[in-house]
Design a protein around this ligand. Structure first.
Ligand SMILES: Nc1ncnc2c1ncn2[C@@H]1O[C@H](COP(=O)(O)OP(=O)(O)OP(=O)(O)O)[C@@H](O)[C@H]1O
Ligand code: SF4
Ligand SMILES: [Mg+2]
Length: 329
């Protein structure tokens, strides 16, 4: 691995993913663009329902069919556009070049198969091998994610392992085909804080070992500060601000980002409500023409409700969609 190699692994350009219901079109992802470099962690943050998971499913081409559809855009992974690939071609990409890891290991491991079988199955997708070869690669994979005494763990069933250990196994499975991008989608329900910290540490360990790029989806700005290099703030299907973690925390430039940061919940605290921003985001099936945050924004002016704001450059790599940044404001 060459850590000085900061080549771009993933380029997303004007991606739009809509869900066609009987009565409306839900614009779950509505024109987002971002890049991801080798070894980089990009955080995607935003309130519930803003399109984070639908973005992740789009990248994997797993948008629920037939209602959901990528209507336009490009997703270039290692130079080739995933949007143009057939389903069969995508099967060769999923898991091998881009894969998803769930924070809650209960939902990823099958309770009726032992760890050796489950890990062996995904290792055999990467490369066919005999039983002995697979077992030895499974031991290596467990060792890489710091599972102690890995050779004795292969016969274990998930219920015989601790939560943190199960996460490590899920990490080993996700890494078995050495993907270049992993998407980690945090569940809405808060997990045990210890389990969450173990999970964050595991991802960082894997990244240090492999130079993997990570897209980290979360509600929690506290987690972003610990985990990410850059942040994309999503609101109602759009990325409204993007920049380095330092830029976003020191100089939040979109009023929505400001409000999110002001209501950062501490990782150690249990919170009933994540954000204390008044009001609700607009319905994705009935979006306004102007700024989507206008109804909740303390700075809104006439222009805000008339036109969707341009994207303004604040500094190198830091942009925000807000009319307040226009020189004529
Ligand atoms: N099958 C579906 N049919 C209709 N609308 C859907 C469907 N799946 C998702 N949506 C809508 O798409 C929008 C984006 O959903 P998405 O799951 O991406 O949100 P999210 O940002 O991941 O939220 P959370 O933080 O709660 O996980 C939501 O408004 C949701 O209601
Ligand atoms: S464009 Fe206007 S309404 Fe939207 S966030 Fe900026 S100031 Fe607020
Ligand atoms: Mg989600």
């Amino acid at each position: 691995m060459n850590l000085s190699d900061n080549s771009t692994v993933l380029e997303v350009e004007d991606l739009r993913t809509y869900i066609y219901t009987r009565t409306s079109i839900v614009k779950a992802v509505d024109g987002i663009s971002f890049n991801l470099k080798k070894g980089e962690t990009l955080g995607i943050v935003g309130e519930s329902g803003c399109g984070k998971t639908m973005t992740a499913l789009s990248l994997l081409r797993l948008v629920p069919r037939p209602a959901g559809k990528i209507v336009t855009g490009e997703i270039r992974l290692n130079g080739s556009d995933l949007v143009q690939k057939t389903e069969e071609e995508m099967r060769a990409v999923r898991g091998r070049q881009i894969s998803m890891i769930l924070q809650d290991p209960q939902t990823s491991l099958n309770p009726v198969f032992n760890i050796g079988n489950q890990l062996g199955e995904s290792l055999s997708i990467a490369r066919k091998d005999d039983r002995k070869g697979l077992a030895s690669r499974a031991v290596d994979a467990l060792r890489k994610v710091n599972v102690a005494a890995p050779d004795r763990r292969l016969e274990d069933f998930p219920h015989q392992m601790s939560g943190g250990m199960k996460q490590r196994v899920v990490g080993a499975i996700a890494m078995s085909c050495e993907p270049s991008v992993i998407i980690a989608d945090e569940p809405t329900t808060a997990l045990d804080v210890t389990i969450q910290l173990q999970y964050l540490r595991l991802l960082k360990d894997i990244q240090a070992e492999t130079g993997l790029s990570i897209i980290f989806i979360t509600h929690d700005f506290g987690v972003v500060a610990r985990m990410c290099d850059r942040v994309a703030v999503m609101y109602a299907g759009r990325i409204v601000e993007e920049g380095s973690v330092r830029d976003i925390f020191n100089n939040p430039s979109h009023p929505y980002t400001e409000a999110l940061i002001q209501s950062v919940p501490k990782l150690e605290e249990k919170v009933e409500r994540l954000y204390s921003i008044e009001g609700q985001p607009p319905l994705l099936s009935n979006l306004p023409n102007g700024c989507r945050f206008a109804d909740r924004c303390p700075h809104a002016k006439e222009i805000c409700t008339a036109d969707y704001p341009d994207s303004f450059n604040i500094s190198e790599g830091h942009t925000a969609d807000c009319w307040r940044l226009d020189s004529s404001w």
